[in-house]
Write a protein that binds this ligand. Structure first.
Ligand code: T3D
Length: 260
């Protein structure tokens, strides 16, 4: 275990906090290990129904820890292959929703890891930079995939090539984030969203993740078929039965998130 990533459980929400505030939570081997342990546990623990990913201190994450590359030549592809790419893949494939709560500055892979989450929210004081070009790199951790899809090619190319910093308000206008909250209520609002998700039909949330991910490359025909298959599966879940029953009985549904 490591202190570089803090893990806390609130009800059915697992809060994962990047915790190297003195380095704006820059990603080193310790943080990568901590994230791996955290997601191992989240995957294995049925009682966890939503994840809240955030950062300690004034930053969310300043991307890769550049001290690791100071004065030496490293195989950066190896770092991506062994650390970043598996993390992005497992975040996308996780059958539970992830709220990325960007509490402050986010740079490089720090931004793109957040974008691998499902609902991206930010504090009003947060800012964002695809810092890679400033040090001669290409956006990684899924940035070249997520950015054009979220904000369009023109803005994605502009941000990636110019490496400019944008404010949280600009990020909202671009469609990079879903919602902003004032700094003083940010942590509470982030937890409220995650708690709300944790009470929803988890199987359906997982299916939504799967469908949106597939839509990035599917034809309309393939996507219609996928929706049919997913809906067929959802129709057999106890949460669907409960949702309909609760509607008929005019009461709030009590979803359990189970497949059967
Ligand atoms: O290497 C690989 O594994 C390959 C993968 C690469 C993926 C990437 O993410 S590449 C992009 C890496 N990130 C960056 O290039 C961003 C570097 N940081 C900055 O440009 C600035 O720190 C920020 C714009 C993010 C914030 O600026 P500011 O003025 O608010 O804070 P600061 O004073 O620059 O930073 C505070 C401290 O954090 C400072 O340490 P000090 O001087 O107080 O001892 C700074 O050096 C440290 N810090 C910030 N970012 C990093 C970092 N230390 C190591 N690595 C960092 N990325």
């Amino acid at each position: 275990m490591t202190d570089a990533v803090l893990v806390e459980t609130k009800g059915a929400v697992r809060i994962v906090t990047l915790n190297r505030p003195e380095r704006l939570n820059a990603l080193n081997a310790e943080i990568q290990d901590g994230l791996r342990y955290a997601f191992d546990d989240i995957e294995a623990d049925e009682s966890v129904r939503a994840v809240l990913l955030t950062g300690a201190g004034r930053g969310f994450c300043a991307g890769a820890d550049l001290n690791q590359s100071a004065g030496i030549t490293r195989d950066l592809g190896d770092a991506l292959e062994k650390q970043y790419n598996p993390l992005v893949r497992r975040m996308r494939a996780l059958p539970k929703p992830i709220v990325s709560a960007i509490n402050g500055v986010a740079a490089g892979a720090g931004v793109n890891l957040a974008l691998a989450g499902d609902i991206i929210i930010a504090a009003r004081s947060a800012n964002f930079t695809q810092a890679f070009i400033r040090i001669g790199l290409v956006p990684d951790a899924g940035g070249t995939f997520f950015l054009p899809r979220l904000i369009g090619e023109a803005r994605a190319r502009g941000l990636a090539m110019l490496g400019e910093t944008i404010s949280a308000a600009q990020a909202l206008e671009y469609g990079l984030v879903f919602r902003l909250f004032d700094d003083d209520v940010f942590a509470t609002e982030a937890l409220t969203i995650a708690t709300n998700l944790a009470a929803k039909p988890t199987q359906a949330l997982a299916a939504i993740k799967q469908a949106f991910d597939a839509s990035a490359t599917n034809t309309l025909d393939a996507q219609l078929n996928l929706e049919r298959d997913l809906q067929r599966k959802m129709g057999t879940t106890p949460d669907f039965a409960e949702g309909v029953k609760a509607f008929i009985e005019k009461r709030p549904a009590q979803f359990k998130g189970k497949a059967a």
